[in-house]
Write a protein of this length. Structure first.
Length: 270
């Protein structure tokens, strides 16, 4: 019995071309499948990155305060409600107001005078810082006076001295130099001498605040200009002032008094 062979199958060349097409088709399908898998894999990685870096942190921030807006006063709902961004930002925790009253000048001066720097001066034995004046005007005991280390030859009552030292340290941090003082405590004999030379502009001997170690006179260079402006703004923190009487007809811009001390002798005004 003879087997019938199809002509197309009998041709070796034709069979080779068909086989080649089949192989190429299979290769194309494999490459396409691989390409799709790569694209899907990359998209999955990007999607995961977006979830990890953007969506989760945002949701984690918003979710704890999702209902916080309802508990806030003056929050409007519905059509009058704020925008989404404002609602999200406004729904977080609110800081409490820190509008605390500022300390008074006396409180600030006390804080400064009890600071570590000034305390070190008092503890060292250089100055007791006492407000007691042993003796009379112009005749104070040496134990009631403290030398001013930044102004050789000048001294004040203990508490006034410590305050002036602190004031000078602040001044020095701003100007890079010490305050210039021309006078401080005055003995009674010196008060008589100045009264004779200055007349009306000198206090009657025995009444000057210099005689109690509670006043200083600035050098002319520091009684005007930038130094004077700085003192007008900062000296009060340390209890010092150019009194009101020294700003009138008896004009003495160089004369400054320790108000906490002079108030015990007369009603002084800044």
């Amino acid at each position: 019995m003879s087997t019938r062979v199809r002509a197309e199958d009998a041709s070796p060349g034709h069979r080779s071309r068909k086989h080649t097409r089949i192989e190429r088709t299979a290769e194309i399908q494999v490459r396409t499948t691989h390409r799709r898998r790569k694209v899907l894999t990359r998209m999955g990685v990007l999607a995961g990155f977006a979830l990890a870096m953007v969506v989760y942190p945002v949701m984690g921030t918003i979710t704890p305060y999702g209902n916080a807006a309802e508990a806030l006063p003056d929050v409007q709902q519905g059509a009058a409600a704020p925008s989404t961004a404002r609602a999200i930002l406004g729904g977080g925790p609110q800081l409490l107001s820190s509008d605390l009253p500022l300390p008074s000048i006396d409180q600030q001066a006390s804080a400064i005078l009890t600071s570590a720097e000034v305390g070190a001066i008092a503890d060292s034995g250089e100055c007791s810082g006492s407000s007691t004046a042993n003796g009379s005007n112009g005749r104070l005991a040496q134990s009631s006076l403290c030398d001013l280390p930044f102004a050789p030859g000048q001294s004040l009552r203990g508490d006034a001295a410590l305050s002036m030292i602190a004031l000078n340290e602040h001044f020095k941090s701003s100007f890079g130099r010490d305050l210039c003082l021309s006078d401080s405590y005055r003995s009674l004999s010196r008060q008589y001498s100045l009264k004779a030379s200055r007349g009306y502009f000198a206090a009657p001997p025995g009444t000057s605040m210099h005689g109690w170690g509670l006043a200083i006179d600035l050098c002319s260079s520091d009684s005007r200009g930038a130094a004077r402006a700085w003192l007008d703004e900062n000296a009060g923190i340390y209890g010092w002032a150019n009194p009101l009487w020294a700003k009138g007809s008896k004009y003495e811009p160089w004369h400054w008094e320790f108000i906490a001390g002079t108030s015990a002798y007369y009603d002084v005004q800044e």
